[in-house]
Write a protein that binds this ligand. Structure first.
Ligand SMILES: *[C@@H]1O[C@H](CO)[C@@H](O)[C@H](O)[C@H]1NC(C)=O
Ligand SMILES: *[C@@H]1O[C@H](CO)[C@@H](O)[C@H](O)[C@H]1NC(C)=O
Length: 359
């Protein structure tokens, strides 16, 4: 009898992740091991850099943290690529790749978004343009949120495009002078799913965006380009979703892909790390893992429920070892042919995909 109890308790511990998922969550996701990683660094593609004024290998070091959107029945990935130029430890530019099946991608040989001799250079160089997140707009365009990194401060920025190829930089997300030096990242705009697309959706007459890489904050906008953080009584951005002690998300929480409205509320998939990660994680207990939170679709500040535990964690060799060890970083989600494709960066080095068949 004791033996059976022992076996049962092992099983309970092992099955914990599966049994603790709630019905409103989008799970489970199955990593596509046969094809993963689906994109890796490439040291043959070149780019004539407008700042360095010479030809460089723009994606030779690492490719990671991709966003994804549907366009004309195909999946487009906009991904972060680092060079080997050593101005800093890899300047980031954004590359574009397209797929007909969600798994096999053909990439364009040149980046489509990068630091240049323009009004954003002071914010974007030498660190670069990082961590893209894309949504469609009601009038058929695309809005990109990305991190500009000057080597010292990360700033959340916005750009727009009619076709994912040609981009207009719209400047800092938070244009008020008091926010010019705010460390900010990771803008996940609230959308509704219309057929295959995630289209930005107003709630109470405003667009809304979760952002941040410590707590998750909230900002509002009339036009998707100029954003205003929701402030607390101290006049600072107000935390909406916070880290939780003694949990997988005890150190930080950071937006994943665009948030979207479901029957049950706004579903936000988020990245997070345990406090142990600060000391350079050596085991996956302290890894970057992903969770989910459900917020009120009539009041995006109000949490309805939160995942008890993570639904996604690093366990493959290319997730455990890389530029930063023990990281899965989810940033792209599409609903394609009735399946959910989740795209993520692995160990800040490569790109992989996981699929869910949840209806
Ligand atoms: C790198 O890019 C070249 C040119 O597009 C391509 O032929 C090659 O297959 C790529 N290599 C990898 C490892 O993706
Ligand atoms: C967006 O709205 C702000 C006011 O909220 C306005 O100042 C700005 O010019 C608008 N930008 C565009 C591109 O329409």
């Amino acid at each position: 009898m004791k033996k059976y109890l022992f076996i049962l308790s092992i099983c309970l511990a092992a099955c914990e992740n599966k049994t603790e998922q709630q019905d409103w969550q989008l799970t489970p996701f199955v990593k596509q091991d046969t094809d993963n990683p689906i994109l890796t660094a490439n040291d043959t593609t070149t780019f004539d850099d407008p700042i360095l004024k010479r030809t460089i290998n723009w994606e030779a070091k690492d490719v990671y943290n991709p966003s994804a959107v549907m366009r004309d029945g195909k999946v487009y990935l906009l991904y972060r690529a680092e060079d080997t130029v050593k101005v800093v430890d890899g300047t980031s530019r954004l590359g574009l790749a397209v797929s007909e099946d969600g798994i096999h991608f053909k990439r364009q040989p040149k980046p489509v978004f990068y630091p240049s001799e323009d009004f954003m250079k002071k914010y974007e160089y030498p660190g670069g343009c990082e961590d893209p997140r894309l949504v469609a707009t009601p009038d058929g365009k695309y809005i990109l949120t990305y991190t500009a990194y000057d080597g010292k401060t990360a700033r959340l920025c916005v750009a727009s495009s009619p076709d994912l190829q040609n981009w207009k930089k719209e400047g800092l997300a938070f244009k008020a002078a008091k926010y010019e030096s705010l460390w900010s990242k990771s803008g996940a705009i609230i959308c509704e799913k219309v057929n295959e697309k995630f289209i930005a959706k107003k709630i109470n007459n405003k667009y809304w965006m979760y952002f941040g890489d410590t707590n998750l904050f909230l900002a509002s906008s009339d036009n998707l380009t100029d954003w205003t953080p929701l402030e607390g009584e101290d006049g600072k951005p107000k935390p909406i979703v916070k880290p939780r002690d003694d949990n997988f998300d005890s150190w930080l929480v950071e937006s994943g892909p665009a948030a979207f409205i479901t029957d049950k509320g706004i579903l936000l998939i988020y990245n997070s790390a345990n406090k142990g990660f600060q000391n350079k994680a050596t085991d996956t207990k302290n890894a970057y893992r992903a969770g989910q939170v459900l917020l009120d679709k009539n009041d995006p500040t109000k949490i309805i429920d939160r995942s008890k535990t993570f639904f996604f964690e690093p366990d493959k060799p290319y997730e455990l070892t890389g530029q930063v060890n023990n990281v899965v970083f989810v940033e792209g989600l599409v609903n394609f042919k009735d399946r959910w494709f989740l795209y993520y960066g692995t160990a800040d080095s490569k790109i992989a995909v996981a699929v869910s068949d949840k209806k």
